[in-house]
Design a protein around this ligand. Structure first.
Ligand SMILES: [Zn+2]
Length: 216
């Protein structure tokens, strides 16, 4: 410690007063604080996962993104998880005894009916009840930008709405039909596109036309 201390020059008046600086990176200090730079230095760094593109994107709705992120990490409190805590929970929509993430999205007949109704025209022959195939299909780059945006937005809105419906039934709420869920999700998507129009008027106008053309 003494050897280290002796390496640091003693303060001298000619160098001016001491002042605080914030570390912005390796050997990079500035007088201003940056929460981004600070977070980047203290957080644990991991490689970017491919599915991050379908969770975090500019026109996403934050609370929908959060539920989608939980779903992709398989952290929703489905029956498969609650069984570990001693609580048996079958699928509330179809009665399947093993209520897993992959069953809900979208192997469950109720969920798949809603999903195919909303994105059947966008995914065409690629629409599939298998979770992994659906994710791979959403990540495909061979699609127009508008279609990709609509698919990602629909994916998140569907997961959020269906998980909410599942929880409502879990707590004795009034069950909604698949057709009613499609209408609710459709309205949420239209409202989101409308709220974004000021950002890129022609792009979101085209997106709305595309969506309306297939869903009304
Ligand atoms: Zn089910």
């Amino acid at each position: 410690m003494i050897a280290t201390i002796t390496l640091i020059p003693a303060p001298v008046d000619t160098e001016g007063d001491d002042r605080y600086v914030w570390r912005h990176g390796e050997d990079k200090y500035k007088p201003c604080f940056s929460s981004v730079k600070t977070w980047e230095q203290i957080r644990m760094q991991h490689p970017t996962v491919a599915w991050s593109k379908i969770v975090w994107f500019p026109h996403a709705i934050p609370r929908f993104s959060f539920i989608t992120w939980l779903t992709l990490k398989d952290r929703l409190s489905t029956g498969a998880r609650s069984r570990a805590w001693g609580c048996i929970q079958a699928c509330l929509l179809c009665g399947e005894p093993d209520e897993t993430r992959d069953h809900l999205f979208f192997a469950c007949p109720y969920y798949f009916t809603v999903w195919i109704d909303l994105v059947g025209y966008l995914l065409g022959s690629h629409v599939n009840p298998n979770w992994s195939i659906t994710i791979a299909s959403l990540l495909s780059s061979r699609r127009k930008e508008i279609d990709t945006c609509l698919l990602k937005l629909t994916f998140q809105t569907t997961i959020y709405s269906l998980w909410r419906e599942r929880n409502s039934r879990r707590h004795q709420g009034h069950p909604q039909s698949a057709a009613h869920m499609v209408r609710i999700i459709n309205k949420l998507i239209k409202n989101r596109i409308s709220s974004l129009r000021h950002r890129r008027p022609s792009f979101y106008s085209d997106m709305m036309q595309c969506w309306m053309g297939h869903t009304t």
